[in-house]
Design a protein around this ligand. Structure first.
Ligand SMILES: [Zn+2]
Length: 312
């Protein structure tokens, strides 16, 4: 399924939509003036995004994979409010979250990201696609806008009297941000949270990731918080715990397989049926689980290559 998702997303990255095209995402109000844009069943947006309407402007979270989806997001914001679009916060550098940044910038947004994103967005996204890269996709990645404001610390953004807290967190890439709207009890998690689908571990550290997700699930008032994942539907505290449980299950099963001296395909054949049985309502493709086991094995072996932190 992941291969299909990617193929559709790749097409959408370069394609153009007609004016009558249905929205590539489902817009869900998750608090007063706070919206989650959840990737539709055809995965044309490539990931989730969202936005926060404050007193004097709008802050957008992520920009989807392509300009068409980002354009549709701008139209939806315009339908809801005449206030200026002032910021887009990228949760991390992956192109399925930053691919539409130029559309947001053209709409007036300043791009905020983790400090590492400036060095990674045009370079590491090419590695991310591996042998699935095309010349057109490469050219688009190399032309992605660089963030305007970067941070390696927590940041408070004020939309008039509305407070938005941008936090640096560890786990998915080494340059991850979450966005919390305290008055609405909404946490945009980016790819620190996936709901009922396996996460992309290519740049991740499962041990850091599971620790960060524990802090999300233990936030004050967690039972009332809406958690917006990077992929999958709007989540709650139970989903955060379940996702963390998946990461820990994967680590334990791969660790047990390694202890039994399994590697490569034998390790995969050992782990895949067990983790699928433990998470029966998840969508776990063969391609996805093969990647999960490979990257988890590398992390436990201490051979995992992660993106190198960047200086300004
Ligand atoms: Zn990602």
């Amino acid at each position: 399924m992941r291969r299909l998702v990617l193929a559709v997303a790749l097409l959408a990255f370069g394609g153009s939509a007609s004016a009558q095209a249905p929205l590539p995402f489902v817009l869900k109000q998750v608090g007063p003036g706070v919206y989650a844009a959840i990737d539709g069943p055809a995965h044309k947006a490539g990931s989730n995004a969202g936005f926060v309407i404050g007193d004097d402007g709008v802050l957008v979270v992520d920009a989807f994979f392509n300009q068409d989806a980002a354009r549709a997001l701008v139209s939806e914001i315009r339908r809801l409010t005449p206030k200026p679009i002032r910021y887009v916060v990228n949760t991390h550098y992956h192109a399925d979250h930053t691919g539409g940044d130029q559309m947001l910038r053209d709409a007036g947004a300043i791009i905020i990201a983790h400090r590492n994103v400036r060095g990674w967005v045009r370079v590491n996204n090419i590695n991310l696609f591996g042998d699935r890269i095309t010349p057109e996709l490469r050219a688009r990645i190399e032309a992605l806008p660089l963030p305007d404001v970067v941070t390696d610390k927590d940041l408070t953004v004020w939309l008039g009297s509305r407070k938005v807290v941008v936090r640096t967190v560890l786990g998915h890439t080494g340059g991850d941000l979450t966005i919390f709207v305290p008055d609405a009890k909404v946490l945009f998690c980016g790819d620190m949270l996936w709901r009922k689908v396996p996460p992309n571990l290519i740049d991740g550290s499962v041990s850091e990731w599971a620790e960060s997700d524990a802090t999300f699930a233990n936030m004050p008032g967690a039972a009332q918080i809406r958690y917006i994942p990077g992929h999958g539907d709007v989540a709650d505290m139970k989903d955060v715990r379940e996702f963390r449980g998946y990461l820990l299950d994967l680590r334990r099963l791969v660790g047990e397989g390694r202890k039994a001296r399994l590697s490569g395909d034998a390790l995969l054949q050992n782990v895949a049926p067990k983790i699928k049985a433990m998470h029966p309502d998840w969508t776990i493709s063969d391609r996805a689980i093969a990647a999960e086991v490979k990257y988890m094995d590398q992390e436990l072996a201490g051979t995992k290559k992660r993106p190198v932190p960047q200086s300004d």
